[in-house]
Write a protein that binds this ligand. Sequence first.
Ligand code: UDX
Length: 470
Amino acid sequence: MQNTKPHAALLSSPGMGHLIPVLELGKRLVTNHGFTVTIFFVTTENFSKSQLLKQTPCPDLLNIVLLPPVDVSSLISPTTGILAQLAIMMREALPQLRSAILAMEFRPTVLIVDFFGTEAMVIADEFNMLKYAFMTSTAWFLALTLHMPTIDKAIEDNHVKNQQALLIPGCKSLEFRDTFEPVLDRNDQMYIEYKRMGVEMQKFDGILVNTWQDLEGTTLGALEDEKRLGRVAQVPIYPVGPLIREITPGPKSEVIEWLDMQPIESVIYVSFGSGGALSAKQTTELACGLESSGQRFIWVVRPPIEGDSAATVFKTNHGTDDTPDFLPDGFLTRTRKMGLVVPLWAPQTEILSHPSVGGFVSHCGWNSALESIVNGVPMITWPLYAEQGMNAAMLTEDIGVAIRSKSLPTKEVVGREEIEAMVRTIMDKGDARRARAKTLKSSAEKALSKGGSSCNSLAHVANDCETAFK
Ligand code: UDX
């Protein structure tokens, strides 16, 4: 049968934080626009296929191609940061991507790459495909990325040398404490890669971004102004979010059964994303702060960064119960009635959408932030790496759905008293941030519904792809 709709290839870099929104984007192109979609996912050595399958919405809708791990050991040094490693992995995976596309009978005519995959566009050029980037973070981070080539001197002179706020034209300034670390060292490989990505994206047919008009209208407006002024290239920008993992029906997990028994908005959920971990000292302070807050909690616990393996989560200590070594002695027994400690990974979207959850201590990965907002859950921000400091600043000061610690990122640890106070504040039913989160929940629903801004934005992209296909 003749295919009447385009085939889009989507390329995701390693990491659930990238793959999850890419999968959701693919799913919408299939269900709302009738596209055929193939997701190419660059895997790493420690990649778990079963975890991927758990996260995959309606796998029968999407053709998922796992590109085998590439050996980049000779291309990196012990000091190469994780972001630079990702960029290198993506580059090294390109020959596999090219061969896979070449072997396809129904050849894709559109290539959509996430942030780290911009170099794949040589393949799009070779096969005459439309080229889109998908920024899985905020429009504000996109603005920083697109302005990088022109503001790098200001970064060096003011931001790095004098620790002054960085002016991103038309947007909220970036305070030094919230900075995106790769911009701080122009000799670092990631600085060079990041600047390159900002240049390359401006040559694409469009950039999709996981936000929506009402959430980041000022920044999106500023980007349009900058295009008019010629300081950013005329690349169309499409806010298509919030694209978050939809819950697929299935048997209830233990965590959800526990939540079913708790009162409305009584539980604070604590999680640091797909890979975040705290120091041993910080883990102790967090445990004590949660316990003394008296609040019900679910805490996704990872062994402290000083620990050597995930297996230690299950190792018991020499204390009085099964509490692992890195939690205060007897913690599990004392908090048994009030909390759940979940090792390593929890069904986050299911948790955040449960009516018993009333707050979220989050590392502010953008997916986590969106999952919180679309469920009307206010946050305590606890950024760890990448652009999470920027996300925390925006959630706290611009969007008004979160509070943040006075100690981060300057002090070594956030103390138990401060944690206890923050938990009490965010769980207060009358707190303004809760009301704001609920307003944004409706705004997100509206953006995605028929005729909403994000729905229209994606339809625009789909139309352009169809026109080129015919
Ligand atoms: C990082 C960045 O910080 C983020 O902003 C960027 O856009 C992608 O990479 P990450 O640490 O992966 O993010 O966090 P996040 O963006 O929040 O994504 C994690 C995803 O994994 C979320 O969708 C979350 O629901 C899911 N998750 C995480 C679980 O389902 N269970 C867990 O226990 C932890």
